[in-house]
Design a protein around this ligand. Structure first.
Ligand code: PHE
Length: 448
C-alpha cells in the first residue's frame, strides 16, 4: 500500500477546509434563501444553527477522520460494527450525486462570467437568458470544462494538487469579495438594502418556522460541507494532533463571514438596479443579479469579476467533494490516484448530463438532484454519524477531541451532549420536513 499523504502545513488543511466550505452554497443559495425567508430573520436562525449543529457536527467528522486516517467508508468499517459499517456509503453516494450537478451549475457560472466580459447581460429577458444558458450544448461544454479542471487538481494529490491550489484560490476569493462589497457600498440605495438584510423581523420566524428551520439547517450543513464526509476525509490527512476545535472554529468563522459578505454585495446591487431579488430557487443568482449588473454602469465587467469569483469558490469546493470519492477508491480498492480521479470525473460528468443538458427547460432535473442530495442525503448522513459518535463510539471521539487541546475541562462533555440530544433532535425534525418538502416538489413537478 502506498504511504498516505498528509497536509504539508496546518494552514494548508485550514485553507482546504475553508475552500470546501466556501462555494456555490454561500453565493448561489445564501442571499436568495435569505431574501425569500424575510432577510435578517433567516440570517438569525442560520447563525444559531451554524453554532448549535454545524460546529458540533464538524467536530464529529474531524474526530472520525483523524482517528481512522481513512476515507468515510473505510473509517466507519474500522470503527463500527453491524449496520454502522455501512453508514459511510451515504457519504460517498451523496458526494457523487452532488458533484455531478455541482459541476453543471458551475459551468453556468463560467458562462455568466463570459457574458459579463462581452457586456451581454440581458435585463428584461434575463429569465430567458438563464434558461438558454442552463441547457443545451454550451452548458454541456462548460460542465465538461469545469469537471476537467477539478480532475486535474485532484489528480495531483493532497499536497501538490489540493493544498497548492487552495493557497491561491482562498485568498483570491476573499480579496475579490471584499473589493466587490466595497464597490456595492458606494451604490445608491445601499443603506436600504442593508436594512432589509440586517434587521430581523422576529415575527416572520415564528410564523414560518416550518419553512425557515429546514431551509436554514440544510443550508448550514451544505455550506459547511457537512454530512458527506469531506471533513472526515480532510481530517484523515492530518499528520499531527492539533486542536480540532480551534481549527473548526476558524473554518466556521471564515465560511460565515464570507456568506455574510456576499449578502452585502448582492442586496445593494439589486437595490441599485431596482431589481427585486426575485423568485428564489436555483436560477435566482443568475437571473436577478445578472439583470442588475446589466443595468449598472460598468456592470458587465463587475459582473464578470463577481461570477469569476463564484467560479473559483465553486472549484475549491468541488475538489473536496471529488476527493471524498477518490480517497475511497484509493483506500479501499487500491486504485492509483490518477486513474481513480479521471475515471470518476468521467462518471460524474455523465451522471450530471441531464442537469447540464436540461431538456425539461424548467430546471426540474436540478431540483430532483439537489433536493435528494442536499435536502435528504446530507442530513441523513450527518444524523447517522452523530448518533454513532454520540451514543455508540463516544469514548474514542472524546479521546480524539481531547488530543491537542491542553485544557479541555468540561468542554468535551458539553460537546458530546450537544451531539447526543439537540443535534440529533434538530436533524430528525429537519429530515422529516425535507422529505415531506421533496415529496411535494416531486408531485408538483410530475403533476405539472
Ligand atoms: N460547501 C460547499 C458550498 O457551500 C458545497 C459542498 C457541500 C462541498 C458538500 C462539499 C460537500 O458550496
Amino acid at each position: 500500500m502506498v504511504e498516505r499523504e498528509t497536509w504539508a502545513t496546518r494552514t494548508g488543511f485550514i485553507l482546504a477546509a475553508v475552500g470546501s466550505a466556501v462555494g456555490l452554497g454561500n453565493i448561489w443559495r445564501f442571499p436568495f434563501q435569505a431574501s425569500e425567508q424575510g432577510g435578517a430573520a433567516f440570517l438569525v436562525v442560520y447563525l444559531l444553527l451554524i453554532l448549535a449543529i454545524g460546529f458540533p457536527v464538524m467536530l464529529v467528522e474531524f474526530t472520525v477522520g483523524r482517528r481512522t486516517k481513512r476515507n468515510p467508508i473505510g473509517a466507519l468499517k474500522e470503527l463500527g460494527t453491524g449496520v454502522w459499517t455501512k453508514v459511510g456509503w451515504i457519504f460517498v453516494v451523496a458526494g457523487f450525486v452532488i458533484m455531478s450537478y455541482y459541476s453543471a451549475v458551475s459551468g453556468w457560472v463560467l458562462q455568466y462570467m463570459v457574458l459579463g466580459l462581452q457586456n451581454d447581460y440581458a435585463v428584461d429577458a434575463a429569465g430567458g437568458q438563464f434558461l438558454a444558458t442552463a441547457s443545451g450544448l454550451d452548458s454541456v461544454l462548460t460542465h465538461a470544462i469545469f469537471m476537467a479542471a477539478v480532475v486535474v487538481i485532484v489528480a495531483f494529490g493532497i499536497q501538490r494538487g489540493i493544498e497548492m491550489s487552495v493557497k491561491v484560490m482562498v485568498p483570491a476569493i476573499i480579496l475579490l469579495l471584499v473589493g466587490l462589497a466595497v464597490y456595492a457600498a458606494t451604490l445608491e440605495g445601499a443603506t436600504e438594502a442593508y436594512q432589509f438584510y440586517l434587521s430581523p423581523d422576529l415575527s416572520t420566524i415564528a410564523e414560518n418556522w416550518t419553512e425557515i428551520l429546514p431551509a436554514a439547517a440544510a443550508q448550514a450543513f451544505f455550506t459547511l460541507s457537512l454530512g458527506m464526509g469531506v471533513m472526515i476525509t480532510y481530517a484523515s490527512y492530518l499528520g499531527e494532533d492539533r486542536n480540532l476545535a480551534e481549527d473548526g472554529a476558524i473554518i466556521l468563522g471564515f465560511d460565515t463571514a464570507i456568506a455574510f459578505i456576499v449578502g452585502l454585495i448582492a442586496f445593494p446591487v439589486l437595490q441599485a438596479a431596482s431589481i427585486p431579488p426575485g423568485d428564489p430557487g436555483p436560477g435566482a443568482i443568475f437571473i436577478s443579479l445578472s439583470a442588475a449588473f446589466g443595468e449598472l454602469p460598468f456592470g458587465g465587467i463587475i459582473g464578470a469579476v463577481f461570477f469569476g469569483t463564484v467560479a473559483i469558490a465553486a472549484l475549491s469546493s468541488a475538489i473536496s467533494i471529488t476527493e471524498v470519492v477518490v480517497s475511497y477508491l484509493i483506500d479501499e480498492h487500491g486504485v492509483d490516484r490518477v486513474p481513480a480521479t479521471v475515471g470518476l470525473g468521467v462518471a460524474m460528468f455523465a451522471v450530471g448530463l441531464p442537469v447540464a443538458y436540461g431538456a425539461s427547460g424548467d430546471l426540474s432535473e436540478l431540483i430532483i438532484f439537489d433536493g435528494l442530495a442536499n435536502g435528504i442525503l446530507l442530513v441523513l448522513g450527518g444524523l447517522l454519524l452523530s448518533i454513532y459518535v454520540g451514543w455508540v463510539g463516544s469514548d474514542f471521539a472524546l479521546d480524539e477531541l481531547g488530543k491537542g487541546i491542553t485544557n479541555i475541562g468540561s468542554w468535551g462533555l458539553t460537546w458530546l451532549w450537544l451531539v447526543r440530544i439537540p443535534v440529533i433532535v434538530i436533524l430528525l425534525v429537519v429530515l422529516a420536513l425535507n422529505v415531506q418538502g421533496y415529496y411535494q416538489d416531486l408531485t408538483a413537478l410530475f403533476a405539472g
